[in-house]
Structure formats: structure tokens, C-alpha cells
Design a protein. Sequence first.
Length: 561
Amino acid sequence: PDAPSTSNHPATYNQSQAPVIDQTEAVGHAVRATYMYSGMADVAALTGDAAYLAASDAIWDSVVGKKLYITGGIGASGHGEAFGKDYELPNMTAYNETCASVGNDFWNHRMFLLTGDAKYVDVMERTLFNGLISGVSLDGQSFFYPNPLESRGQHARQAWFGVACCPGNITRFLASLPGYVYARQGQTIFVNLYAEGAGDVTLGNGAKVTLTQTSRFPWEGAVRIAVAPAQRGAFTMKIRIPGWARNEPVPGDLYRFVDKAATPATVKVNGQAIAAAPVNGYVTIARTWQAGDTIDIALPMDIRRIVSHDQVTANTNRVAIQRGPFVYAAEWPDNADGHVRNLVLPDTAALKSEFRPALLNGVTVVTGTATALAFDPQGRVTRKTQPFTAIPYYAWANRGRGEMMVWIPRTEAVASPTPFPTLAVLSKVTVSGQARRSPNMINDGEDPRNSADSAAYFDWWPLKSSSETVDMTFPKATSVSEVQVYWFDDTGRGEVRVPETWRLLYKDGETWKPVEAAGLFGRERNQYNAVSFKAVTTTALRIELKMQQNWSAGIQEWKVR
């Protein structure tokens, strides 16, 4: 990942396009933006300046209503690590920088402290349980910079980055997390997050209260809070009922549940039900408290299907799954043949949950039945019914590279049938140099939309002006006579271009020999460049290319006949 200099970007990159009090839309570099928005909320809180509050509210509405991922991630575009246009929320190319999720929680926490409205905590919790902790592996040893919502296997966490903001940012945030559980205003205590443990609160009059949560949340919805004031006294407890427990995935209409939860949330004090409906997301309990008092909260843990606003075209005819605070993802180790992008999950498919203590440090999975699509040798789609399993999104990519998908097709029209296992698909691809991308994208069998398609490609960037090789090793010696190469070229966005020259060689024993080509070695963009040659029987082919001066090179797909 690279953080471009502001000199190469318009003023929107660093949110300097207008005075902050005149801004109404989230634009530019998402991390810079959320840090600035956090500062704006602080200014509004400290000064009471209505203009700062109005701008903060307008920008927040822009994010939550049009630019927020279901995982709570923000920053759709890798170009400038920035917010995209309204409803521009691609899945495989989603950037969602881990630092932006941290910044989003900073901002939403400050907006809550400024207003006392639980809607900000709803967004903070969604980001925390999904798009933020996905940025670190379960063993704490590797990290994600971007956090996409779909993968062909090109994504993997790394131990470190050249620009190493994300590892430090997520570790300092998680260390501060206990400070987000409760808040206090005068004689009122806000219970914002649920997590087993104890916390001490000092009220406005100096009285001390110890709160102890006992729960298996987030896997189960029952939470007991033991309220133990140092001495008997009157104060108010505000118990947050999360938006997902009130049939609201996020404030606004960007996402909605397909149906209503069968069970409402309930709150009891010393075993007696509290009838009050939530106001601004909180059930308010004002009474005289003493040691031994308890509050029992029961949150519905139904499995919910979520759909997007119609203008989010990336999610058309797709559904996301949520249980409690967790968004779920289908991942390759849990589904047949290591594929998930070929699955269709009908609305009629029953889903159930099951806690598996031995899986991914202990997770609740969602299971059901899906239809798997695949191409046969004639290019026709075949179908088979198979078990379906989804895990919490935060836990994906802890078992190696492979397919992952959050937004699952509801219809065959938007699914990606598994390619027929051609010679190229069955082969092993290796590349020269210290590449940062997986070469497996070169022979994954999926056709790109164009040369600049950033869904799944290979390139050598930031290496430039060099000569490189790509080897395709076959499962066994095979007679071949044609290759088709689709070059990656991100003209107008990046620094990768079609090569200056290239040629094809075949392996003869331990020697590489050039093929006897019948035509030119094409370098055209947005198409396959086919090269026919005198048939050879070999165990491997090699592309040998020379990059253009001061440019890098890359490949979208390589086919062999």
C-alpha cells in the first residue's frame, strides 16, 4: 500500500476542498478524514459551535447512508485509499484500510460522547466486531492493510508493511478497548458494549459503582450485570439495545434485514421485566441501587439475512448473513472443493448456528444448504446441492489463501461458476523476483473485464524497468501449440503497463528453448493476445518479458491450448 502525496491529488484527498464547517460529504483519504472528523466532534463538544456539529452530522449521514460497508469498513477505493462515490461499495476491490476502521471508531465514539445517542455506538460496534479486528490474525502475528469482502485467494495477512501504520494502530486501539464499554454523564451510566469483566465508574457526585458483566456474548445473547455501588444511592443506568437487536442493521436505509427478528430484546432488574421501549437506543432505569442488584439483558441471536440499498449494484441479488454483532463470510476450508464464489444461497434455505470450540479459537458457525455451480467441458453450467458453512468475517484468512465471500448470491445470475479445470488451471505458476501478489491469479481460469480490472491480477509493482519471467509447470508432459495472454495495465490509475517485448519458451529437459511462433507476440490491452506456435511436448512454458522503461508489468490471465 502506498499513501500518495497531496501534491499529486486534488484537495479532496486531504479534505481541504472547503472549510470544514461547509463540508457535507465524506471524501478523500479515509484515514485522514476520520481523524479530522474526530477533531471536528471534539471542537463541537468543547466549544458548543453549532456549525461544527451540523457539519459532523452531515458527513456522518453521508458515510452511514451511502459509503459504509456492512462490516463497518470505510474507504472503498485503493486509489488514494479513499471514499468512493455514493453507493460505490465493491467487494473484491474494497480497500477498507484497517486504520480507517480504527479512525471510524474514534469518530463514532466521540459523536456518542457529544450526543448520547446509541446510533453512533451501533456503528462503532459493527466496525469493531467485523472490519476492525479482521485486520489482525488470531495469533496476533500478521495483519491486513485492506480488508476486502471477497477474495479469489489473492489476499493474505502480512507480518509487516513498508508503511506500517495498521499494526501499531490496531494494537493501541485494542489496548484501549475497555474504555469504550461504559460512559458516565453526571449521575447516569451508559452501558455501551457487552463483554464479560468488571469495571469501576465514579459518578458525578463522587459515588463509586462497580459493574460486573457475566456473559458468553457475543456468542450468546444473555448478559447479567451486577450493580454494586459503594453505598446505597440513586442514579440512572442506560442499557443499550443494539440496532441489530432492534431490526436495524445500521441507521438509515443503506442496509436492511430481509425479515424481522422473531424475539425482541428484553431487560430485567432483579428478575422483574422493564417495560420501557428504547429511546435513542437505550432502555433507561432510574432507581435507588444497592449491592446485590442485577440487570439481565437478553439480546436476540437469530440468524439474519441482510440486503443492500438498490443503488449498491455490487450487491444486487446478494445477501449477507449476520448473527448478533457478527457479519459472516463463506470461506474455502469450510465448503466443498475449496470454492465459495460459485455458491447460490436461496432465500428458502434454512440456516442454523452451532458453536465449534475447536475451530478458529472457538466460533459460532452458520450452516445450511447451497447450490454449487460449475462449468463442464462444453461450457455449460452444472449444479449440485451441498452443505454450506459460514464463519465470522473477522476470522477469515487464518488458514491460508483461498476464496472468501461476504455477499452471497441469492440467484444464479450473479454467481461465478467454478471454471472447468483446463491445463492452465491445473498447472503451477511461479514468477521471478520478490512479488508481493500471488501468482495464482494468473491461471485462476476467470476472464478479466478489461486490462485495468483490479479484482484479481498479478504484477511486479513497485519493481520497474526490469526483465522478468513467469513459468507454468504442467501436471505432466503435454503437447501444446497456443497461448493466450491478457496483460494487466492500469493506465490512468497506476504504474503498470503492457511489456515492451516478450517471448515464449518451452522446457526441453533442463533447457529452455524459444517456441517457433507463427505470429507476433501481441501487447494489446483489453483482450487476449494469442500466439500460435509449432506444437511441442513439454512439462512447462515460460513467458520472458522486458518491462517498458520506468514502468512495471503484470498479467491478468494466461491460457494454454
